[in-house]
Design a protein around this ligand. Sequence first.
Ligand code: ATP
Length: 513
Amino acid sequence: MTNQDDQFKKVISHAKEYGYVFQSSEIYDGLSAVYDYAQNGAELKKNIREYWWKAMVQMNENIVGIDAAIFMHPTTWKASGHVDAFNDPLIDNKDSKKRYRADVLIEDYCAKIEAKIDKEVEKAAKRFGDTFDKEQFVATNQRVVEYQEKINSTLSRMAKSLENEDLADVKALIEALEIADPLTGSRNWTEVKQFNLMFGTKIGASAENSMDLYLRPETAQGIFVNFLNVQKTSRLKIPFGIAQTGKAFRNEIVARQFIFRMREFEQMEMQFFIKPGTQVEWYNYWKETRLKWHLSLGMGTENYRFHDHEKLAHYADAAADIEFKFPFGFKELEGIHSRTDFDLSQHEKYSGKKLQYFDPEENKSYVPYVLETSIGLDRMFLAVFSNSLKDETLEDGSTRTVLALPSVLAPIKAAILPLVKKDGLPEIARQIVEDLKWDFNVVYDEKDAVGRRYRRQDANGTPFCITVDHDTLNDHTVTIRYRDTMLQERVNIDALRDLIKQDVDMRTWLMKM
Ligand code: ATP
């Protein structure tokens, strides 16, 4: 098992042990790729959602938020292209009976070659020391050049076959590369088939009157179909945005990555309606703005990178992902897409209704262009959670597990601990809880020695521990202990509220954007 696998396993078991994420219907052995958020997880998720909503809606006078239904008229998905084209190519292994995404098998193959390139670079960097010129090395080293050519030719052949719907060639490529089932090593593959990711259901009480529906695979279409209603009732002028958060459903073929890829998940999307011709400017603006939002949480600049798409979806004229360094490597966390007028034009065509904006400056009507920012709330949760989980060795040689969540997102902001369960200390601690609970989510904890309680709160991600001891009886002060530094300070009880607020207030964090 690699270090990465180990780290990821730790993340999953910590999430369960500390009441963040449970497998859905666990008592029935769970449901694949479906998860429940537990008492702490629900709070963390809510805080992430709020952090996004504040940054996108509350802080922008030209962006408003809606909450559209999950069920939508089925023609929506004809118009959006999902009925015909929301497919992934799947392949089964006949021996292991495991199912894979054919494109992911090929991409993983390329990622392995890329790892070899990284190794060569690392070796050369050591050999050449300060004089090492990475760019030159990558461009001229025979072995690296061959590796890179192999990656390029493989990916471009795959892209071409997928675009031409030539699934036989995708299979031929898998065979030519001698790709084996990663779990068993078998190369006994079925043909590649297209698989539509939408979940179907029915609405209506009787068989005759029922209508086939889909569970929405993205929240974006709820925004497009409401574009004109919102524009008219809000009287917003272009450029303006509509945001929404909510559940989306995809029958993912491979779902083995905890909450990274789920069949029921939550998205936070914003569609920004603009004048045609201004899309490049807004595309760059939103790429930069969204990255700033991520960086404001202080989870390390080195953990983010952009991946600009070369192969574009049918609706897009530019697209990039913000990738995050998850325990299993850099993967997509958020997408920024320049969607042209594709969606609104399609809905015009299928509904027969005009979805145009009258531009008073230009004195004419047009179908606006759209820039989309789309982030998975669960993926963001995983990014925050996995990045925060650390095993630390302390100066005295002992170790501790700390969940160093950005304090603004932490489910519980402070734990109030009476040093002992007598002498009136619990009463004072309870009184502090009563005072603070109006502003923050706080807990009272009197079980075990105080050192153990500190460690428990560290592992739970609580940024502050407040201890009431015998001195408190005389001078109205308590010890406040900081999770990340483990430093302790003596402060007056009356100062607690401001001290905590200063640190956890969304305002403080969003100002860093
Ligand atoms: P991927 O390539 O990883 O399947 P995608 O490109 O299909 O993702 P989009 O359709 O652009 O994803 O969706 C926008 C965002 O929604 C993604 O960046 C991701 O954060 C989130 N998302 C998409 N699918 C899932 C899923 N199955 N589980 C959790 N989050 C998801």
